[in-house]
Design a protein around this ligand. Structure first.
Ligand SMILES: *Cc1c(COP(=O)(O)O)cnc(C)c1O
Length: 363
């Protein structure tokens, strides 16, 4: 028998979440962001779950974009960081991929390549995040430098918000963008919103939205609004079985470093999941887990330090649980956002960290 751990990806939840994003997007079209192997859910699995529902797909890696094309995906596919070297340009155009252009260097590479096929570009504006993008003052020259592109080429403008999920919000950056667009009398398409902007700042929808995390059932701001509140369904459920039980006496310690010390007699379950499976090592004692019992799910808590291949849970109050009992690490019945918050991270990181050694099933 293989090690009793698996992740289940629920394609009906993926579809439900995409349709919710589409409803919020109104008239705007919706790139499904599938970077990082669809946030750990499997690139082709996610793309196929959405199939013709999706208006387009956005990711980072040229090879992954080509895999989508080779799998028969005909919708627009956007490279969120564009190309990295001149040799990529031909490949991008040959596969009819759309491309973010965020730097003068990329524009210079394009000019030098003198493409003969039409290109589809989204010029990225740095409106204050100071990660990728051209300053508004450099935009007119950049757009002028792209006028050599062959007929049929399409150009849009985009930006990315640094704090759509936080207290600063989007107003400052949206203003910088609006000013730039107005000064240039820009008429072409515009894309601004990630999940948080789509959910919390509906006026940023523009022509294309770019939700990622919400499609997988994570809230971009779980403290402000939980995924369930938003109406999202978890797409990934990580489960593993209890493989051993220990009875410990008061004063005895559990796991590496003896981090947890029992104050009373306790029953401890050892679960076949550790940080090498993608569970966060920094999750402290008290992080929630759910026991999958015949009568339903029961919450319990993590005890002590997470090991590479195992972690320990409290079974003291749950005598029916024992070796063989399935434990939900996150997903159905236990929002990844709750686990992430307890571990001081975000659901994005949990999903992306799902290790290759964990077998994935589809539901
Ligand atoms: C990752 C990413 C998104 C999606 O962000 P979420 O917070 O997951 O919705 C959108 N746009 C860009 C440029 C990104 O890199």
């Amino acid at each position: 028998m293989p090690r009793p751990i698996s992740a289940t990806i629920d394609s009906s939840a993926l579809r439900h979440n995409y349709l919710l994003a589409k409803r919020l997007a109104g008239e705007a079209r919706c790139w499904a962001v599938v970077k990082a192997n669809a946030y750990g859910h499997g690139l082709l699995r996610a793309a196929q779950a959405w199939g013709d529902l999706a208006d387009g797909f956005a990711l980072l890696d040229l090879d992954e974009a080509i895999r989508l094309r080779e799998a028969g995906i005909r919708q627009p596919v956007l490279l969120l960081e564009g190309f990295f070297e001149p040799a990529d340009i031909d490949v991008v155009l040959a596969h009819d991929l759309s491309c973010v252009v965020h730097s003068e260097e990329q524009i210079a590479m394009l000019r030098a390549a003198r493409p003969t096929r039409p290109a589809s570009l989204l010029v990225k504006v740095n409106t204050g995040m100071n990660r990728l993008g051209l300053r508004p003052a450099h935009l007119p020259a950049a757009l002028e430098a792209l006028t050599f592109l062959p007929p049929g080429s399409r150009i849009g403008l985009m930006t990315h918000f640094a704090d759509a999920d936080g207290a600063r919000g989007v107003a400052g950056q949206a203003q910088v963008f609006a000013d730039a667009v107005r000064q240039m009398r820009w008429q072409g398409p515009v894309s601004l919103a990630n999940s948080a902007a789509l959910l919390f700042h509906g006026d940023t929808r523009a022509d294309w939205v770019r939700p990622g995390i919400m499609l997988y059932g994570g809230s971009p701001a779980p403290q402000a609004r939980s995924a369930a509140d938003i109406g999202l369904k978890p797409a990934m459920t990580l489960k593993a079985n209890i493989i051993a039980v220990q009875d410990v006496a008061p004063g005895e310690r559990v796991g590496y470093g003896g981090l947890f010390q029992a104050e009373r007699p306790m029953r401890i379950g050892v679960v076949a999941c550790g940080y090498a499976d993608g569970y966060p090592r920094h999750a402290p004692t008290g992080t929630p887990l759910a026991l999958d019992l015949p009568g339903g799910r029961t919450r319990t808590r993590l005890l002590g330090r997470v090991s590479m291949d195992m972690l320990c849970v409290d079974l003291t109050e749950v005598p029916v649980a024992g070796t063989g009992t399935p434990v939900v690490l996150w997903g159905e019945g236990l929002p990844a956002d709750e686990v992430a918050t307890a571990a001081g991270t975000i659901s994005y990181e949990l999903f992306c960290a799902l290790a290759a050694r964990v077998p994935v099933r589809e539901a």
